[in-house]
Design a binder for this molecule. Structure first.
Ligand code: MN
Ligand code: MN
Ligand code: MN
Length: 284
């Protein structure tokens, strides 16, 4: 693999949500890239964790049971990664069912809006593709692409699914405070994902991170798969100011996107305490 790389990658997706590989394939790809500690963080579901853990076991890797929760704070949607959660924890499961429910209701509304524009059968096709997984807008985008309504998955977001577009639908997510509490009650650490991806000003991000920390948040993703040097510096300053630890995660979804790859990550600056500092890890 070219470019910077890391033995630790704490953010990625499988087919259990909107990724394109099975959980076992994600683990195998991470192993091939030299990752030793991997967190599978599917959107609002832990359904892929057992398969990933079994594959990691076979390969002598460390799999961190984890999830990426969508939530709301001050009218904005935030993503919080829960690392090291107990998949059987009842409170977290209830929280995830609530999000699942919200996602299916959104899917119904999106399909209705598309039907009003004479794009039919979206709901049925998404159901078939999702199975017992988690329905995401990426599923709709792939359906629209496969049916020839758009020329690429990205175009589906630009034309129909993105904020302000004809099929854009707001979701009533659980609150940030409830999400953090559910992650902590499940024995996990809450990490604010991709802090620079929300389009916030620096001041808004400071406010967000302070509220996240006050709610019991532990760390922020200082290094993402898309981070350049400047992004790492900016996120480092924000983490230190908020008194949060740092995490690193590629947010890998699919081999089709060559820019985001498992383990292709800059290193966490030494000034930031790593979220894994107290974990019993097989590194070195
Ligand atoms: Mn995703
Ligand atoms: Mn995210
Ligand atoms: Mn993600």
């Amino acid at each position: 693999m070219q470019g910077p790389h890391s033995k630790i990658d704490l953010h990625c997706h499988s087919r259990a949500s909107d990724g394109q590989l099975t959980p076992a394939e994600v683990v195998a790809r991470a192993a091939a890239n030299g990752v030793r500690v991997l967190a599978l963080t599917d959107h609002d579901t832990l359904a892929g964790v057992a398969e990933a853990a079994a594959e990691a076991d076979r390969r002598g890797m460390h799999l961190v049971p984890a999830v990426e929760c969508s939530c709301a704070w001050q009218g904005r949607e935030l993503h919080i990664v829960g690392l090291g959660v107990n998949p059987a924890a009842a409170g977290l499961q209830a929280q995830l069912w609530q999000a699942r429910d919200a996602r299916w209701r959104r899917m119904r509304r999106i399909a209705d809006k598309l039907e009003a524009r004479r794009i039919n059968e979206v709901f049925d096709k998404v159901c078939a593709a999702v199975g017992d997984g988690m329905p995401t807008r990426a599923h709709v985008a792939r359906v629209l692409h496969a049916a020839g309504h758009v020329q690429s998955v990205q175009q589906a977001f630009d034309r129909y699914l993105g904020r302000g577009k004809p099929a854009w639908t707001r979701v009533e997510w659980p609150t940030m405070e409830d999400c953090v509490a559910a992650i902590r009650d499940a024995g996990g650490q809450a990490v604010l994902a991709h802090p620079l991806a929300y389009g916030m000003t620096g001041a808004w991000l400071r406010r967000t991170l302070a509220a996240f920390r006050d709610a019991g948040g532990e760390a922020v993703e200082v290094v993402c798969g898309s981070s350049d040097k400047q992004a790492v510096l900016t996120a480092t300053g924000q983490a230190l100011r908020a008194g949060l630890k740092g995490s690193v995660g590629s947010d890998f979804h699919s081999p089709e996107n060559p820019w985001i790859e498992l383990g292709r990550l800059r290193s966490l600056p030494p000034a930031v305490p790593p979220v894994w500092q107290d974990w019993p890890l097989p590194l070195e």
